[in-house]
Design a protein around this ligand. Structure first.
Ligand code: NAP
Length: 336
């Protein structure tokens, strides 16, 4: 089968095309013929570290969707032909997170990912794809979609009447925006680009702030909400945005701590959290249970992921280059 491996031998991480044997499912496992795989910001971080800690020689990308192609002898819940996507953590099926699940993240230093024609995974690590979605659309769900759903809805309880702040117009941000719009919540979008803000408006964004023109976007947000602030915040930036997020949170609000777009290890002044009786919700993607619940929500509200661009399998390295520019709006996908 055709696949890509991470290669860090030359110092700078890169992708190399490889031909591998078609994997066979053992008992309890399912083989998927992958139809599409999508990219997330974390895949750039992983590519850049491809020479370190077991990444070299791994199949990259956590996100993929396709069709069940073969099943192990004791698999009862899936049949050949079923449309499925892989959950981000192979081992986090339901219930609270455990640190031991980290090593089961797909496309990591311990697990192969989805940028290969076939993938074999435990039957328990798969979910059915919503019927209204194409394979390309379904491939965008496992990381960005589940992260936004877990943080904002499963843990954050976002609903009609709430006000959401999303930072930028990448994958997680636009899922958050679409979920809020479906619930009838208000969304404030900050972005580097007026053109992207216009597109966000068409998706339901109601207050639009260009953070390049308005670096004090927290002040603009407070003005736009008459001092009330945002009840829910998708904190995607990290050190460069965290203090402004804290100054944007409503009384009793929730900051969903997710991102590292400006780096790792924010050291925010947490005084305002206490002052506002607000909460921080820390999120690492989500479980199979979260994924199934999100798919019900997507179906109920007929939500389709926003696709920026689809690359051919042979052009997967260009998809990474495009992601790195930050010029995308929504998800970048590799179609097989
Ligand atoms: N904790 C978790 O489980 C988890 C899961 C998924 C993602 N993440 C993290 O969440 C972040 C977003 O991931 P993604 O895959 O959605 O990224 P993405 O699709 O690559 O989104 C990048 C976009 O973020 C915006 N951005 C960049 N710097 C910004 C800043 N300083 N302020 C506001 N917006 C900024 C830009 O949009 P504009 O051009 O519109 O400004 C950029 O295009 C990443 O840090 C990723 O590692 C964490």
């Amino acid at each position: 089968m055709k696949a890509y491996h991470l290669n860090g031998h030359s110092g700078a991480g890169r992708l190399v095309r490889v031909d591998l044997g078609k994997p066979e499912p053992a008992n309890g496992e399912v083989r998927i013929r992958v139809e599409a795989a999508s990219l997330n910001y974390r895949d750039l971080l992983i590519l850049d570290r491809a020479g370190q800690g077991g990444l070299n020689g791994r199949v990259p990308l956590c996100d993929g969707a396709g069709v069940v192609d073969a099943v192990g002898s004791d698999v009862v819940q899936w049949q050949v032909g079923d449309r499925v996507a892989a959950s981000y953590f192979r081992d986090w099926i339901s219930g609270p997170f455990k640190a031991s699940y980290i090593a089961s993240a797909l496309g990591s230093n311990t697990q192969d990912g989805m940028l290969a024609e076939y993938a074999v995974l435990p039957a328990t690590a798969l979910v059915s794809v919503p019927a209204h979605l194409s394979p390309v659309e379904a491939a965008t769900l496992p990381c960005a979609g589940v992260t936004a759903f877990h943080g904002l809805i499963a843990r954050g309880g976002m609903n009609k009447g709430d006000t959401l702040l999303v930072q930028g117009t990448g994958g997680v941000a636009l899922f958050g925006l679409q979920f809020a719009a479906a619930l009838g919540a208000r969304t404030i979008v900050i972005s580097s680009s007026d053109e992207k803000l216009a597109r966000a408006k068409a998706l339901g964004g109601s207050t639009l702030i260009n953070y390049r023109d308005t670096p004090d976007w927290d002040v603009a947000l407070m003005k736009a909400t008459n001092g009330g602030g945002a009840s829910h915040i998708l904190e995607l930036g990290g050190p460069g945005t965290y203090d402004r997020s804290l100054r944007s949170v409503a009384s009793g609000g929730k900051i969903v701590q997710i991102g590292v777009l400006t780096g790792f290890g924010p050291k925010p002044d947490l005084a305002r959290l206490q002052w506002e009786n607000a909460d921080i919700i820390g999120v690492t993607v989500g479980s199979v249970e979260h994924f199934v619940a999100m798919n019900r929500f997507l179906t109920e509200h007929a939500i389709r992921p926003i696709i920026d661009r689809v690359y051919r399998f042979d052009d997967a390295p260009e998809a990474y280059t495009h992601l790195r520019t930050g010029s995308h709006f929504g998800k970048i996908v590799v179609g097989f």
